[in-house]
Design a protein. Structure first.
Length: 293
């Protein structure tokens, strides 16, 4: 005999209909947002294989032929390969310094009680609300006085300082969710605080660290204002991707090689897209782990 299920009451049916409506609206919004993101990417990628006539005549159509010479010009003539290497150097240094200092500061703020703990934490949080362009002028003079203007070292330090507030804010909350019993047991067994941090707490915080590392990689690789201020025009050999591609566009003027420019943009987009596709599960698991704990 089939089981007889009780009919849903009128309030229950109304609630289900409301949820259904909200879900449909959410799906419509997500589709609209996906189109906003995907259409420009498709336009850039298709344009990297076209000439100027095809780009302006039929921007979203397939190219008449695969003009790989656009990519060759972008890599060799426009020096995008050099800009990409500079970006890898700066972002690697900036993210490494950010995660090292940020994880140590967050661990101390989350696990140790000392006078001024909350004040230091709120100063980091306040750093997230400070507009970057307001700090460009004093930052320029600080870096110049340190003799680091026009160097990758100065840019790496600026990247780390810019990324630390959110890193400390995120990891402080994450370290608070981790169990304290393991660290206390290790301390009783004679482990030093440094060893507990590097060998016990950091591996336990791996989901959050991986998520935040990827966020910082994407954020620092897309940074434009800091390189513009700290790498002046006479340091063109040290330009990063965002600055180099902008320089290509400005120098070309009205005679822009749009196919080569779109190829350069595609070269800058593809590495970040690959990073996200490869590690999107780690990003989601890290955020979910922090939320559930």
């Amino acid at each position: 005999m089939s089981e007889v299920r009780p009919r849903a009451t009128s309030p229950e049916r109304t609630a289900r209909k409301q949820v259904s409506v909200y879900m449909r609206l959410a799906h419509v919004g997500l589709v609209f947002w996906a189109l906003i993101v995907i259409v420009p990417l498709v336009f850039v990628f298709l344009g990297s294989f076209k000439n100027n006539t095809e780009i302006f005549g039929s921007p979203l159509s397939l190219p008449g032929e695969l003009r790989l010479d656009n990519w060759v010009r972008a890599w060799q003539t426009a020096h995008v390969g050099r800009y990409l290497l500079n970006t890898v150097i700066v972002v690697t240094g900036g993210v490494t310094l950010t995660m090292l200092l940020g994880s140590m500061a967050a661990y101390v703020l989350a696990r140790y009680t000392f006078p001024g703990n909350r004040a230091v934490y709120y100063l980091f949080v306040a750093g997230m609300t400070f507009p970057m362009f307001l700090a460009l002028v004093p930052l320029f003079f600080v870096v110049r006085n340190l003799g680091l203007l026009g160097t990758h070292t100065g840019l790496i330090l600026a990247y780390a300082a810019y990324s630390l507030p959110f890193t400390v804010f995120f990891l402080t909350a994450f370290f608070k969710t981790l169990p304290t019993g393991v660290a206390e047991a290790a301390l009783i067994d004679g482990c030093s605080h440094v060893r507990i941090f590097f060998q016990i707490m950091l591996p336990m915080a791996k989901p959050g660290l991986v998520s935040l590392t990827i966020f910082n990689v994407i954020g620092q690789a897309n940074q434009y204002l800091l390189p513009l201020a700290l790498l002046p025009g006479d340091a063109e050999d040290k330009f990063v991707l965002t600055q180099g591609i902008s320089n290509i566009s400005v120098e070309a003027g009205y005679q822009a090689d749009w196919g080569g420019l779109f190829a350069a943009l595609s070269i800058s987009i593809i590495p970040l897209l690959i990073v996200y596709v490869l590690f999107h599960r780690q990003i989601q698991s890290g955020l979910t782990a922090g939320a559930l704990k």
